[in-house]
Design a protein around this ligand. Structure first.
Ligand code: P1T
Length: 378
């Protein structure tokens, strides 16, 4: 089956007892057992729940992976991956990444004796040089949050697999519609399903997809043991959101391309970050490893921090908010919002300055989106 068909059907059979075409919300904590050790495959909803099982199967199918696991948030999914590590282990990570991931590495994992090193996003040699005898994992975001940098997944997988390291790819920005990291050699794909996968800004969720059974069993064990699972209702909402992922992504991209071109030609804009622009340093890589460029556009405003603070109040279509990937357009100031937990000097050294704005381009009418940017920049 092709992507859009899987997004609508995978993991979702009509309900046996009623014929209901939509997977029911199995709002139950437990399941009656006929006798000792006799059950219908479900015992307790932290361990498994039929609505969550359908979601896990659907996400695995659209990422072209064997196994899917759903979590209560993207951060919970990331924590589950990190549970594979032990004190003394080391991670090599790209240096542009979601502020919450950086915070998890630096303020949680470091206390447990797991250290992370950060290397410039696209510099393959730097990844190789950062590997130590105790390195266990290479952690990538591509495209990165918020600077839309790219990493060559296939090249990193070759470097990593020569040394038996796991490659984790946070695929939140691209969505499985535009990028399939497992096909490129990644071992674990992680998503904040809060974003494009659910797509309607009404659920916090996360997911992992992978092919290796041993790693899957280890993370599934942790999922049950630590317990940060999504509710049946949130699982259901996310399944519902996924049904339109293909059409949403096409429209997000069409609108984002227009926005990126508009910004690139605007005199008040210093620089635009969008992998779909031929001027993006990794445009060729984007064309090779992605089937589209996505709906996120960042730009540097030509002005001061104070100008930016004024400007963000004037949007009428875009809303000033954290998060991304919903049908509505959002604008975010990464330095003070999503990436505020990264110390200022580190942030600025990475190009994440006070005049950077990040747009999650929604699927409203493009004339209204451009009109809003026009009036704000004016
Ligand atoms: O918010 P949560 O569902 O826990 O997902 C965390 C997360 C993981 N990975 C990436 C690439 C992300 O962007 C996020 C969350 N990001 C935002 C809230 C944001 O506005 O960037």
């Amino acid at each position: 089956m092709k992507f859009a068909t899987k997004a609508i059907h995978a993991g979702q059979e009509p309900d046996d007892s009623t014929g209901a075409i939509m997977t029911p919300i199995f709002q139950t904590s437990t399941y009656v057992q006929a006798g000792l050790g006799e059950n219908k495959g479900f015992e307790y909803s932290r361990t498994s729940n039929p609505t969550r099982t359908a979601l896990e199967a659907c996400i695995a199918a659209i990422e072209n992976g064997k196994y899917g696991l759903a979590f209560a948030s993207g951060m919970a999914a990331e924590s589950a991956i990190l549970s594979l590590l032990s004190s003394g282990d080391h991670i090599v990570s790209c240096d542009d990444l979601y502020g919450g991931t950086y915070r998890l590495f630096e303020r949680v994992m470091r206390r447990y004796g797991v250290e992370a090193s950060y290397v410039p996003v696209g510099n393959l040699v730097a990844y190789e040089q950062a590997i130590r005898p105790n390195t266990k994992m290479i952690w990538l975001e591509t495209p990165t949050n918020p600077l839309l940098g790219l990493v060559d997944i296939q090249a990193i997988a070759e470097i990593a697999h020569r040394r038996n390291l796991l490659v984790v790819v946070d695929n939140t920005f691209a969505s499985p519609y535009f990028q399939q990291p497992l096909k490129l050699g990644a071992d674990i794909v992680v998503h904040s399903t809060t974003k494009y996968i659910n797509g309607h800004s009404d659920v916090i969720g996360g997911a992992l997809v992978l092919n290796n059974e041993e790693v899957y069993q280890a993370i599934k064990f942790y999922q049950n043991a630590a317990g940060s699972v999504p509710s049946p209702f949130d699982s259901w909402l996310t399944l519902r959101g996924i049904k339109t992922l293909a059409v949403r992504m096409r429209q997000h991209e069409e609108n984002a391309r227009t926005v990126a071109k508009f910004l690139a030609e605007h005199p008040r804009v210093e620089r635009v970050y969008y992998p779909g622009l031929p001027s993006h340093p990794d445009h060729e890589l984007a064309k090779r490893q992605m089937s589209g460029f996505g709906g996120m556009v960042s730009f540097q405003f030509k002005g001061t921090h104070a100008d930016v603070a004024q400007l963000v109040r004037r949007f009428k279509v875009f809303a000033l908010a954290e998060s991304l990937g919903g049908v509505e357009s959002l604008v975010c100031h990464p330095a003070s919002m999503t990436h505020g937990s990264i110390p200022q000097e580190i942030r600025e050294a990475r190009g994440l300055t006070d005049t950077l704005l990040r747009l999650s381009v929604g699927i409203e009418d493009i004339e209204d989106i451009i009109g809003d940017l026009e009036q704000v920049l004016r």
